[in-house]
Design a binder for this molecule. Structure first.
Ligand SMILES: O=C(O)CCC(=O)C(=O)O
Ligand SMILES: [Fe+2]
Length: 342
């Protein structure tokens, strides 16, 4: 599905030389840089490594993504080899072994090269930066969340866009996020739906209604507590003049009948969309998504999960534009962890 000419701007196929160079440089990162403790330092190191490893044509695609914000996603195939990977955790924890630092650093570097700096929320998985996306069975809530089919959504639906000029300390929506595949034995796909394919199927009046700040959003289920944000729009004009979306069917609702009706129309268009793309992330593949103009989801993994260390495993990291960091309250001793204060 992805491998046609139309999608060439979405795909980066690295040469063997680029792959070997980035991998050997990432392996030499000193021990004391840790993806959870010093991610901001690590992302700068990884940025320099990418700069020195990739050809100009590859670097151009990466920087275009962050500069023009008009590419819904970038799929980097076979970014790095994965050696000595620990068993897939089955309880939402991060393995203590350092061996997944290389993939985490590669993803941090890619995010940085596309103009994004990594951040996490103190209220989501205790502030962890690298979210483990794998089937987990530590309790009923996490089993359900981690194995169910994920309908199309954007990340942090209750987060403000910087264009909405939020108060300092309000929850912020990442402009992008990255996924890197560590294991995917059953080739389960991440699904992608560019916003332009949704907008063209909506009536002008519906778009107009969705642009009014008449909606309320709640936290996605990976958050440890609910943070409700009121009087926001579903569609917003972003800095570059493009329309951006926040969406998660079950976490957003209209505050009046007209708003709710427009929202239902949007949901119907999304549900019936024919333009869906499927990307099965193999070990070492990375995907960077523009969280304003691309919806994403996933097929169910409840049938294939085995909980024996061989399950599907991805790492997810949120990326923010540098100018969004001005709106953040962060922990003093961990500047990458946002403290929501509203
Ligand atoms: O598992 C996937 O492919 C995507 C997961 C996802 O949407 C998420 O973790 O937010
Ligand atoms: Fe998601």
């Amino acid at each position: 599905m992805l491998h046609d000419k139309k999608n060439s701007k979405n795909i980066i196929l690295l040469s063997v030389h680029e792959r070997n160079t980035i991998y050997s440089a990432l392996q030499k990162i000193p021990e004391n840089y840790d993806q959870e403790k010093t991610p901001l330092e690590l992302e700068k190191l990884a940025y320099d490594i990418i700069m020195n490893s990739f050809y100009d044509s590859t670097l151009l695609k990466l920087s275009h993504f962050g500069k023009y914000n008009d590419v819904p996603f970038l799929f980097v195939r076979n970014l790095i080899p994965l050696i000595d990977l620990p068993p897939t955790p089955n309880n939402d924890s991060s393995p203590a072994t350092p061996s997944w630092k290389v993939p985490a650093a590669a993803l941090l570097g890619l995010l940085r090269f596309t103009g994004h700096t990594a951040r996490s929320f103190l209220d989501e998985m205790g502030g962890r930066l690298c979210h483990m996306v794998m089937p987990s069975m530590n309790d009923d809530k996490s089993y359900l969340r981690s194995t169910k089919k994920l309908n199309f959504h954007t990340e942090v639906v209750n987060g403000y866009f910087s264009e909405e000029n939020p108060a300092i300390g309000a929850p912020l929506s990442p402009e992008s996020f990255g996924l890197i595949g560590l294991r995917n034995p059953d080739n389960i796909s991440t699904t992608l739906l560019p916003l332009c394919d949704v907008l063209k199927n909506l009536k002008q009046e519906t778009i107009y209604e969705l642009m009014k700040p008449n909606f309320t959003a709640r936290s996605q289920s990976s958050f440890d507590k609910n943070i409700e944000v009121k009087n926001i729009a579903v569609l917003n004009t972003c800095l570059n003049g493009q329309i951006g979306i926040r969406y998660s069917h079950s976490k957003l609702q209209g505050n009046n009948e007209a708003a709710q009706q427009a929202y239902e129309e949007l949901s119907t268009v999304i549900k019936n969309s024919k333009q869906i793309m499927h990307v099965a992330l193999s070990p070492g593949d990375a995907l960077i998504l523009n969280n304003r103009i691309c919806l994403h989801g996933r097929s169910a993994i409840s049938d294939t999960a085995k909980f024996d260390g061989t399950d599907r495993w991805l790492v997810r990291i949120y990326g923010y534009k540098e100018n969004s960091t001005a709106f953040m309250n962060t922990l003093e001793d961990s500047r990458h962890i946002m403290k929501v204060d509203i």
